[in-house]
Design a binder for this molecule. Sequence first.
Ligand code: HEM
Length: 102
Amino acid sequence: MVMTNETLPMRRNLGPRYPLQAPSSEEVPLNWNKWVRQTHRWVAIVFTVTVIANFVALGRGGGMPPPWVTYSPLPPLALLLFTGLYLFVLPYAARWRSPRIR
Ligand code: HEM
């Protein structure tokens, strides 16, 4: 069966990982978006380790763990918040920038 515009299923913009168009030079460099996503992914691991460290410290008895253990999840969580908000806005920003994707 020949796929024409009529027979093709409707294409949906699935976000920056599935671009329908090649990026133009005016767009935010894809490398930067990729870098933010990778940062988010790896900082998520760091965050998880600090949370586990808190449970381990509490599980060992001996009262409250030292403050540097208690507060260690906060810096990675702050990074996750900013990179996460950036990732959240990406697909909408792509739509604002390209009137052809709706
Ligand atoms: C603090 C606020 C956070 C915000 C606003 C946020 C937001 C987001 C957004 C928008 C995405 C992209 C989803 C997509 O593919 O469309 C994402 C991906 C992801 N988030 Fe978060 N996130 C946050 C915290 C966290 C935390 C606490 C973890 C784990 C400990 C986490 C782990 C991940 C992972 C593993 C991905 C997938 C990354 C990839 O595709 O490579 N995030 N997040």
